[in-house]
Design a protein around this ligand. Structure first.
Ligand SMILES: Cc1cc2nc3c(=O)[nH]c(=O)nc-3n(C[C@H](O)[C@H](O)[C@H](O)COP(=O)(O)OP(=O)(O)OC[C@H]3O[C@@H](n4cnc5c(N)ncnc54)[C@H](O)[C@@H]3O)c2cc1C
Ligand code: SF4
Length: 537
């Protein structure tokens, strides 16, 4: 792998302006046109467009700058250095484990490449309930298309790995539609280690696309440095105060870098973006900030097959089924999307239920193990209001997300659907990932057992890799934090450009929704700041 080109190391050698951590020392102060907090999906698109328009940009990222040479397909390296809280971020009651990136490129550096436009039904709901009349399918289509061109998003033509093909085959047997997932890759080696950083640079994450483009166009990147708080004055932000952090995210020193910009773009991702605004005591007259944070709560069904499945091997998540999103109205009982996630030893062992002999047996059958996940579409019903971000005494964020009976009833239906598909695909055993479930050998046995399971937090293992909302877009300041053009309703030199903008969950893996929406908002921001017209691709 070390023989492959490494565009980050090449850029550093060319003289990119990178500060913090092992790079140039942090200056005490900086000034620029636009300071962007974060370097993930929303930040990357924004940085490329702003620098294209000739604006002076500083990106502030709390994680490290790592690149393909560092990505060794090893979970033990990846989780502590590339993920928030070492991939062990949890909701306040610890009932949900949350995966989010914390490195240059943000979650896009570690995500699994599945790319979907925002579903029409989600956009319609936003138009009707949140006053976002502009966000129609037709209006959004060119913004998605440009993001797709820029990030090489398209059909994945290689046959799916066995883990995904079992979803396709099982669904087909039951007459459930399933289809191939588009991916943001160029020359993918089909290795399956996207979650540990792509060692070949095939994944078109922000790390290898928009961030290098912005740095080549003169942006400054400050790494291993946390945006702590804004200094507010007269209804505006006067400066941003940043402090260095260690690789694990804890404070590295008391020194402060003060950044003065004409405009500030908050793009630290859901949970962290509302937390920054809360630490800064940003105005929040309607109590919206940090509320309506969504997770697509995920439940998982494991199964063993006679043949090797090797769910770690080959591109992750290449087949999906939206059938159970459409079996009821969007604001009815919660719907769910089915996919086949990658499995690697650490994530597998830490997600599985049980301990001792039972877990040892499951681990022994790791090569024959298949898994399906159900992404529950939260936020469309009053009994699915999402979670609320609050601050601990040290200013770090915490998400309180109640797993309501409404959500857990959907989780039970999802366990049933997944077990039926796995048996239809020929599973020897199916084990819903639930502390009180065992391994079932027939669909009838699984169905009766799942119907009787107590669907409660803790005993039901719930995870999330899709954190959304908390700084919701809305057509009225009573309903959200941010105006339809991305600007904060009360602070007129602050915009939010990341997944925290969504007023509900998406009902699909969110990265392309962020790229498309932020493409629109950042293009508008450029026009407002310097009157220029720019395009992403
Ligand atoms: C393991 C995994 C797999 C996924 N798979 C998929 C997939 O296949 N398809 C898909 O569509 N989506 C996927 N996602 C989700 C998708 O990647 C995210 O929804 C998307 O990247 C979020 O973009 P964002 O701009 O909101 O934030 P992020 O991309 O998370 O970027 C935010 C960045 O801001 C930094 N930051 C936060 N606060 C501060 C601060 N105060 N100061 C400085 N820096 C800060 C963070 O360190 C982070 O790097 C996955 C996510 C994970 C974790
Ligand atoms: S599957 Fe493709 S995109 Fe993912 S890590 Fe391997 S080469 Fe990179």
């Amino acid at each position: 792998m070390s023989q492959l080109p490494d565009p980050i190391r090449e850029g550093l050698a060319r003289g990119w302006k990178v500060f913090g951590g092992p790079h140039a020392a942090l200056p005490a102060s900086l000034s620029c046109d636009v300071a962007i907090i974060g370097s993930g999906a929303g930040a990357g698109i924004t940085a490329e467009l702003l620098t294209k328009a000739g604006l002076e940009v500083v990106l502030i990222e709390e994680g490290p700058l790592r690149s393909s040479t560092d990505f060794k397909q090893r979970e033990s390296d990846a989780y502590p250095s590339l993920y928030q809280e070492s991939a062990a971020r949890k909701t306040a009651d610890k009932a949900i484990n949350i995966l989010q990136g914390r490195c240059v490129g943000g979650s896009t550096t570690v995500n699994w490449t599945s790319s979907f436009r925002t579903p029409s039904s989600t956009l319609s709901h936003w138009q009707q309930r949140f006053g976002l009349a502009e966000l129609t399918d037709d209006a959004m289509s060119p913004w998605f298309a440009a993001a797709e061109r820029r990030l090489n998003i398209g059909p994945w033509l290689t046959p799916p790995n066995e883990n995904n093909d079992l979803l396709r085959r099982g669904a087909a047997k039951l007459g459930i539609p399933a289809a191939a997932i588009h991916r943001n890759v160029k020359g993918c080696w089909n290795l399956g280690s996207c979650g540990m950083g792509c060692p070949t640079n095939a994944k078109q994450s922000m790390l290898v696309t928009t961030i290098p483009a912005a740095l080549d166009q003169g942006a400054n990147l400050i790494t291993q440095t946390q945006a702590r708080e804004f200094e507010l004055s007269g209804g505006k932000v006067a400066a941003l105060r940043c402090t260095p952090v260690k690789i694990d995210g804890t404070p590295a020193s008391d020194s402060v870098t003060r950044i003065v910009a004409k405009h500030y773009v908050v793009a630290g991702g859901a949970i962290n973006s509302p937390a920054l605004l809360k630490r800064s005591n940003a105005p929040d007259p309607h109590g919206r900030l940090g509320t309506r944070t969504f997770l697509h709560p995920v439940v998982i069904s494991a199964a063993t097959f006679d043949q090797n499945v090797e769910a770690w091997n080959g591109a992750p998540q290449t087949i999906y089924s939206d059938h159970f999103l459409g079996t009821q109205t969007i604001d009815g009982p919660i719907g769910y999307k089915l996919e086949a996630p990658p499995m690697h030893p650490v994530i597998f062992a830490s997600t599985l239920t049980g301990f001792g002999q039972r877990q040892a047996e499951l681990l022994r059958s790791f090569p024959q193990m298949h898994s399906l996940l159900a992404l529950l579409r939260d936020g469309f019903h009053e009994e699915s209001p999402g979670g609320t971000v609050t601050l601990r005494s040290d200013g770090t964020p915490m998400l309180d997300y109640p797993l309501t009976d409404f959500v857990m009833e959907g989780a039970r239906r999802a366990f049933l659907s997944m077990a039926e598909i796995q048996f239809a695909a020929g599973a020897r055993t199916v084990s819903p990932v639930h502390e009180m479930a065992t391994s079932y050998t027939t669909w009838a046995e699984a169905r009766d057992a799942i119907r009787a399971l107590p669907m409660k937090p803790y005993v039901t293992r719930v995870v999330s890799a899709h954190v959304m909302g908390g700084c919701g877009l809305a057509g009225s300041e009573r309903l959200g934090v941010v105006r339809p053009d991305g600007q904060h309703w009360q602070l007129n030199n602050v915009s939010v450009h990341d997944g925290s903008l969504f007023p509900t969950s998406i009902g699909a893996n969110p990265q392309l929704s962020i790229y498309g929406l932020v493409n629109k908002l950042a293009t508008g921001l450029v026009k407002r700041l310097n009157g220029r017209d720019v395009t992403l691709a």
